[in-house]
Structure formats: structure tokens, C-alpha cells
Design a protein around this ligand. Structure first.
Ligand SMILES: [Cu+2]
Length: 128
């Protein structure tokens, strides 16, 4: 009995090692992917959220660093749209968003192309 146990144990070892090796490889690849993604996130700057609610941009004026991304999200039931000199969203339906990454320092005005009384500004300062 004991001999059989030892035999089955020694047979199982290589199988366990293979599974362990595969698991370790999978975790290692996942880890590398996570590291690469986070490094990329840093070089791409922050995400600044602006909600579009009750026909207004909130916040109406934001100050960001070059390389940051502004994300406009529509909360109104009406369609909205962001239109500036360098950013044009097209129609943003409710619950959806539009991302634009500002890479150049400057003062950017924009409005909603559907409701031009909706206005906002983005000030982009140089990334130190
Ligand atoms: Cu609008």
C-alpha cells in the first residue's frame, strides 16, 4: 500500500510542476501587462471628468496639465456635443462620454454645438 502511495506521489510531481509552471507564467505575463499598462497610464497623464448636466458643463472651467485627458460625460437625456478649436465630439448620447487628450499648453474655449449657450474652457499648462 505504502509503495503504491509513493509511486503515485512521484508520478503526480511532474504533473504538478507543469501546472505550477503554467500558472506562474500566466501570473508573470499578467503582472508584466499590468506594469506596462500602469506605466502607459502615467505617461498619458490624468483623466479630468466633466459632466454635462442640466445643459451645463460641470466644471465649466478646468485647469489641466499638457498630456491630460478631459472626459465629458452626458448625464442629460438630451444629446450633447463638445466643439472647440481642436476637439469635436459629434453627438454624445446620454450616459456616454467623449475623451480628448490635450497635449499643447494653451487656453481652449469650447461650446456645445447643439446648444451654443453651453460654454466651457480648458486651460492647459505645460507639464513640468
Ligand atoms: Cu448641449
Amino acid at each position: 500500500m505504502q509503495k503504491i502511495d509513493i509511486l503515485s506521489y512521484s508520478i503526480n510531481i511532474p504533473g504538478s510542476i507543469n501546472v505550477l509552471t503554467i500558472l506562474l507564467a500566466v501570473f508573470f505575463i499578467a503582472f508584466l501587462t499590468a506594469m506596462a499598462t500602469s506605466a502607459q497610464g502615467n505617461s498619458n497623464g490624468k483623466i479630468i471628468d466633466i459632466t454635462i448636466q442640466t445643459f451645463a458643463f460641470n466644471s465649466q472651467s478646468v485647469k489641466i496639465s499638457a498630456g491630460d485627458t478631459v472626459r465629458w460625460t452626458t448625464m442629460d437625456s438630451a444629446d450633447q456635443a463638445v466643439a472647440g478649436s481642436i476637439c469635436k465630439s459629434g453627438i454624445i448620447p446620454r450616459g456616454q462620454n467623449y475623451d480628448f487628450r490635450f497635449t499643447e499648453p494653451g487656453f481652449y474655449k469650447y461650446e456645445c454645438s447643439i446648444h451654443p449657450s453651453m460654454k466651457g474652457t480648458v486651460t492647459v499648462v505645460a507639464n513640468k
